[in-house]
Design a protein around this ligand. Structure first.
Ligand code: 13P
Ligand code: SF4
Length: 302
């Protein structure tokens, strides 16, 4: 039996759904029940009636699904698919920062471990970071861990943003020179970039959007050509959903190796062997869920 047929059979047997992030390999996106950005995936994890969720993304995304759904089994096919940005902050270091700014609220990007979410007041994603910050009553915000997203937010709020020094190594491979070269060759192309990009890349953009925001924008826009400043996996969906439009990578090097770990084979193994189950200690899960629930209440901003 081929791999796709076997996955369909196992999904039925296990009452499982497959959730995949927009950066996953094309063949993984194609067999998923839902493909989306971090915000959409968190929402879908809550809405689904399935008993088992196979989460094809990176660690913090599967953790978020497990935090929100203690009654469901959340499986992560490849446990070494870890987001390096999420590892750039610990609960101990955040506690020290909170002591320095006792009046500040803590907004944490979903790209964080569950233990850091538990130490935060509210989560955000690239789809609603500005909306989340502006929805808070506090005027001082400790924003962790992405310094580029923090800078982008600070340009769209009157609040004082205290950034953390984390960053995404993949988005940092996208350089302004690469974007400008493509723009010279494609002068009519719109430049869409992710807010995890460096500030000198963000300043070149026509639109700064989450991955789902880029998909929506490209579909609705009257433009035919787009330079895409984010991880290359997004081009699969952009091209599939807009066959008459042209999508040019902002950098051919923007590949997140962690996002590419899941394969059809590892999804089959996960469903056959019920591995690897994501478990969060209950005290941390309850606190982290508050931060995620608050974020979901605020809704999308893009
Ligand atoms: P999105 O939420 O925009 O899909 O981004 C997630 C991510 O990890 C970006 O690197
Ligand atoms: Fe983490 Fe960057 Fe990979 Fe997203 S693209 S999962 S932020 S390393």
């Amino acid at each position: 039996m081929d791999e796709v047929k076997r996955i369909k059979q196992l999904k039925k047997e296990r009452n499982a759904i497959i959730l995949a992030h927009n950066y996953q390999r094309g063949e993984v996106q194609d067999i998923a029940d839902f493909v989306g950005d971090s915000f959409g995936l968190s929402q879908k994890a809550v809405d689904s009636g399935a008993e088992t969720i196979v989460f094809c993304g990176v660690d913090f995304m599967a953790e978020s699904a497990a935090i929100l759904n203690p009654e469901k089994t959340v499986l992560m096919p490849e446990t070494s698919a870890q987001c390096p940005m999420a590892a750039m902050i610990t609960p101990a270091s955040l506690k020290l920062e909170k002591k320095k700014y006792p009046d500040a609220a803590v907004v944490c990007y979903v790209n964080t471990p569950a233990s850091v979410k538990a130490e935060s007041d509210i989560c955000c994603t690239s789809a609603n970071a500005i909306k989340v910050v502006n929805a808070l009553p506090e005027n001082e915000i400790i924003f962790v861990p992405d310094r580029n997203l923090a800078l982008f937010v600070s340009a769209h709020t009157t609040k004082k943003i205290i950034p953390w020094n984390g960053y995404c190594p993949t988005h940092h491979l996208i350089l302004p020179g690469d974007i400008l070269l493509e723009k010279e060759e494609h002068p009519d192309a719109q430049i869409l970039v992710h807010p995890e990009c460096r500030p000198d890349v963000v300043s070149l953009a026509d639109q700064v959007l989450s991955t789902a925001g880029m998909l929506k924008y490209a579909k609705q826009s009257g433009s035919r050509e787009f330079i895409i400043g984010t991880e290359l996996g997004l081009l699969h969906r952009l091209r599939k959903e807009n066959p008459d439009k042209i999508f040019i990578p902002g950098s051919k090097y923007a590949v997140c190796p962690n996002m590419k770990m899941n394969t059809l084979g590892s999804i089959i193994r996960a469903l056959e062997n019920n591995e690897h189950i994501i478990k969060i200690p209950e005290d941390i899960r309850i606190k982290a869920k508050k931060s995620l629930d608050r974020m979901l209440e605020v809704g999308r901003g893009d």
